[in-house]
Design a protein around this ligand. Structure first.
Ligand SMILES: NC(=O)c1ccc[n+]([C@@H]2O[C@H](COP(=O)([O-])OP(=O)(O)OC[C@H]3O[C@@H](n4cnc5c(N)ncnc54)[C@H](OP(=O)(O)O)[C@@H]3O)[C@@H](O)[C@H]2O)c1
Length: 491
């Protein structure tokens, strides 16, 4: 019960949401702040919405009430919701208008803690950052000033560096919180506890015992109405550079000496810097792209990507990526890491499968057995927990072996509703804990690797393989795992 998130007490604060009339504010930010309020993690605070629409404080309050009307808030008494919306205020301004920032400066002046959340189109980050600086809102002389920057953080190494430069002209690194909501997920954080809070895993967590690792983040839906956005992004940028690399670094990092933000992040960066570059010459050996064609996923018909609204008829944007990566360190030499992620796949699932090597001598190999390699599967979504696949004797007079599962389900063990990722992350920013946020060198190291692949693909004249919506992705992806005698796990 006493998880860290229940015990952190932020000092009185004001949070300004740039882009307060947008989708993320509606779906995630206001609900997260309300949850913190309900759990007693936020008592003295104010929320200022900042966006272009000519809303007033009253409109923002009414909108916020509607944001809190459904789902698990439907049972919460109206009085609690009213008490929360009293804390809201709204400034109608474009992001380029100094007057808006003058009003903002006045509104936030009495508060010691000032958190600015950039939930806006990424092209607007620089103008907001510069205006915050001009209005003196980056100063830390009276309390703190921190800024949360949403994804995407750049679209390649050059643009990520540019954005880092803009940020660093106005803010110190310890004021900057680059968010990746994957790190707010309980099961992702549990990777650290599993690895470093138990004595049994770490001795095995290396190339002597681990054969390969598979990371899967599959979505069953297509791009839907977000074709326009997706065309500019693609799966590699949208999922791999950020979320999947965060998962991967937590899985592969060396044990930190302590849990301070910089110690943990320094270990994560080392993994990213040790990734073996994939250049044009190896682009088809280690990467597979694909685009979904029309099909049915989970009973729902899905249009082909090229038929989606906002998508160019000759688009080469990938909706699926499979990669084989190598981390050139003492610990991981020779262990292939397989990554696959995409849209329009047969099932929505996020998981990590760690496959262990066979015992040195397979003494049961001549029995009529279905012996498998030991596997530890970390379930991230939709189930949360993990499964161990181990071999056991089938009862009977002969010695036959079959894999069995040992399951651990989060819900069964703790019976707690896990907090939403944004709740945890906003609270961390409020108490000044940046462990679960991405540091400058971390983001640049991941873009360095990803940008080489993007450049390789740009030179690759081959057409993109298609895969039927509802399938497990393009057939071509099978070659990656087959190259080391393995198969992708069934979706
Ligand atoms: N939506 C999600 O589920 C999601 C998930 C992960 C990350 N993100 C990231 O979060 C950020 C916000 O996404 P979103 O989906 O909420 O975007 P959105 O719905 O398009 O909202 C954009 C917001 O920015 C405001 N805005 C745009 N230009 C402005 C200007 N010149 N001056 C003042 N206000 C301006 C809009 O105000 P008006 O409408 O009043 O003009 C609106 O409040 C993006 O970086 C996105 O990549 C979103």
């Amino acid at each position: 019960m006493d998880g860290l998130q229940f015990t952190k007490e932020p000092a009185p604060f004001v949070i300004t949401i740039f882009g307060a009339t947008g989708d993320l504010t509606r779906k995630k930010l206001v609900p997260a702040l309300f949850s913190l309020f309900l759990k007693g993690n936020a008592s003295q605070f104010k929320v200022i919405g900042f966006a272009r629409r000519p809303w007033t404080k009253e409109t923002f309050e009414a909108e916020a009430l509607s944001m809190l009307s459904g789902g698990h808030f439907s049972q919460v008494p109206e009085s609690q919701k009213r008490a929360f919306i009293e804390k809201l205020d709204y400034i109608s301004s474009t992001f380029g208008d100094p007057e808006g920032y003058a009003k903002l400066a006045e509104a936030v002046a009495p508060w010691e803690g000032k958190l600015f959340y950039l939930s806006t189109p990424p092209d607007d980050y620089p103008v907001i950052i510069e205006n915050l600086g001009k209005a003196g809102l980056n100063r830390t002389t009276h309390g703190y000033s921190r800024v949360i920057v949403e994804k995407p953080f750049g679209r390649d190494l050059a643009t990520a560096k540019e954005l880092n430069e803009v940020l660093s002209t106005q803010f110190e690194e310890n004021q900057i919180y680059r968010i990746d909501h994957y790190l707010g997920k309980e099961t992702v954080q549990n990777i650290l506890v599993l690895r470093f809070g138990n004595g049994i895993f770490e001795p095995l967590w290396n190339s002597r015992y681990i054969d390969n690792i598979q990371i899967t983040v599959a979505e069953s839906i297509g791009v839907g109405t977000r074709g326009n956005y997706y065309e500019k992004s693609g799966t590699l940028r949208d999922m791999v550079q950020n979320h999947i690399f965060q998962l991967m670094t937590l899985l592969l990092m060396d044990p930190p000496n302590d849990l301070s933000p910089d110690t943990v992040r320094t270990e994560k960066v080392k993994v990213l810097k040790s990734l073996r570059p994939i250049t044009y010459k190896d682009i088809n050996k280690y990467t597979v792209r694909g685009q979904y064609s029309a099909g049915v996923t989970q009973g729902q018909p899905v249009r082909g990507y090229l038929e989606e609204e906002g998508v160019a008829k000759d688009s080469k944007t990938e909706t699926f990526v499979a990669l084989q990566v190598h981390v050139d360190t003492w610990r991981w030499e020779g262990v292939p890491i397989f990554i696959r992620t995409g849209k329009g796949l047969g099932r929505k699932v996020s998981e990590v499968a760690i496959t262990f090597k066979q015992p040195p001598l397979q003494v049961f190999r001549n029995q009529a057995s279905d012996e498998g390699q030991n596997q530890l599967v970390l379930h991230i979504q939709p189930e949360e927990g993990f499964t161990f696949h181990i071999n056991a004797k089938i009862p009977g007079y002969t010695t036959q072996v079959r894999p069995v599962n040992m399951d651990f389900a989060y819900g069964d063990a703790f019976g707690e509703a896990t907090p939403e990722a944004y709740e945890r992350l906003i609270l961390d920013a409020l108490v000044g804990d940046s462990t679960l946020y991405t540091r400058r060198d971390e983001i640049e190291a991941s873009w360095t690797f990803i940008t080489r692949i993007l450049q390789g693909w740009a030179q690759d004249p081959n057409p993109l393989p298609q895969y039927r919506a509802g399938s497990a992705g393009p057939e071509e992806a099978k070659a990656l795992t087959a190259s080391v005698g393995q198969k992708w796990r069934k979706l």
